[in-house]
Write a protein that binds this ligand. Structure first.
Ligand code: HEC
Length: 386
């Protein structure tokens, strides 16, 4: 019996990350909705067969209830599981998933240090900016933070594989969100509780700071979720302008989020989702090459089926085979194999997409597939006899 521990540990971490992430984001969406929907600090709701009557106390109630529920472990475990997963897939697996020698020649240690520096740097920059006067102006703050993240995405894409760049932007945003809970929101709430227990009036600035960070988290949620699912979509992370695509979709998500935030307060404005949807479609057209003329590029050169097979044998078969030879690859990834001509034909459009257009395959590009070879493979796939 052979156990693929890396795969099983990865599964457990990913599962945990998803569950804790849902618990965290779910409760935070709920509280944003609740806060916006209160009328005279009260709200009635029905759920699961019971009626609920909620009441908000602006700074805090006159005396502390014995049993107060804190929402924090959901956030902490989302970060812990996420960080372990990042370490397993992108740091332990740096050679395959993080480093792209065509972009920058790094050894795994350097790549990991750079990745960690971006994550820590993101929080330091964000937290410092919050504490300046700019932090008081939500719109201006939002624009600067958005540009800073877009710049980081651009820089990361010069250093790492597209996938590695995306996940690091996601880790930067996610870390800021959890650090907001850990370093600001919860400590401030603790101070409020302590003041109340001591019979003093809590400082309203503590609540205001926590509110600012919560508001930021609210708008960062949709982009971070997009990044977490983006590794299923090579048309996003694999695009040469992947950082621009990420900026476009994040901007679209701002309009969607804003729609719901306003709607909870009774202000329904369909311009927001309309603009968000138009942005989404523009990103789709851009990513598909409509604007840069690469869609459907063809080449006149003759390439035989035998050459196609040989290119695939050299660059793909270590993994995409019934009997993979690549270390750590117990079976063909996603069950996709290119052993026979039948299989190659069946997968031809996807082979072309990943190896010729997006170029994120061969994963890790260990045998240095050249531009010339990619072009040849693309032309050959187009000419395969049906
Ligand atoms: C080092 C291992 C490795 C090599 C070499 C490799 N791949 Fe992959 N490939 C993977 C892994 C892992 C996945 C699954 C993750 C993903 O889709 O990104 C994958 C997924 C794919 C998919 C997506 C299948 C689907 O159903 O979505 C295609 C297509 C693909 N590879 C094509 C290629 C081609 C073409 C080559 C050679 C030019 C190649 N791969 C070389 C590891 C490899």
């Amino acid at each position: 019996m052979e156990i693929d521990f890396v795969a099983w540990i990865g599964l457990a971490l990913r599962w945990l990350h998803l569950i804790t992430g849902i618990a965290w984001i779910g409760s935070s969406f709920y509280f944003v909705w609740l806060d916006n929907s209160l009328k005279d600090s009260e709200l009635w709701a029905v759920h699961g067969g019971g009626f609920y009557h909620k009441k908000k106390y602006l700074v805090a109630p006159d005396h502390m209830p014995e049993d107060l529920h804190w929402f924090k472990w959901e956030a902490y475990f989302t970060w812990i599981s996420g960080f372990l997963l990042l370490s397993l897939v992108y740091y332990y697996g740096a050679g395959l998933n993080l480093i792209d020698h065509a972009k920058m020649y790094l050894d795994p240690g350097e790549a990991v240090l750079l990745g960690l520096a971006f994550i820590a740097g993101g929080w330091i920059f964000y937290d410092s900016l919050c504490k300046t006067d700019i932090g008081k102006n939500n719109r201006l703050f939002g624009c600067i933070w958005f540009l800073a993240l877009t710049g980081a995405a651009y820089a990361l894409n010069q250093i790492f594989s597209g996938r590695g760049a995306y996940i690091h932007v996601g880790a930067m945003i996610g870390t800021v969100m959890v650090a907001n809970v850990f370093f600001v929101i919860i400590p401030n709430q603790k101070k409020v509780v302590a003041a109340l227990l001591a019979g003093k009036k809590p400082d309203p600035r503590l609540g205001a700071q926590a509110k600012q960070r919560s508001l930021h988290n609210n708008y960062m949620t949709l982009p971070v979720l997009l990044i977490m699912i983006s590794n299923h979509y090579p048309m996003l992370f694999g695009h040469p302008y992947n950082w621009l695509i990420l900026a476009g979709l994040s901007a679209a998500s701002w309009f969607i989020r804003q729609f719901f935030n306003l709607k909870h307060k009774g202000d329904v404005n369909y311009w927001y989702p309309a603009i968000g949807s138009v942005l989404f479609v523009l990103v789709m057209l851009f990513s598909s090459g409509v604007f840069n003329g690469t869609a459907g590029a063809v080449s006149g050169e003759k390439v035989s089926a035998a050459e196609v097979r040989s290119l695939i044998r050299t660059h793909c078969s270590a993994c995409h085979s019934d009997t993979p030879t690549h270390t750590g690859m117990a079976e063909a990834p996603l069950g996709v194999m290119f052993d026979t001509m039948e299989q190659i034909k069946k997968h031809a459009p996807r082979i072309k997409a990943r190896a010729v257009e997006i170029k994120d395959m061969p994963l890790g590009n260990e045998k240095n597939m050249t531009e010339e070879e990619r072009r040849k493979l693309g032309a050959g796939l187009d000419q395969l006899p049906r």
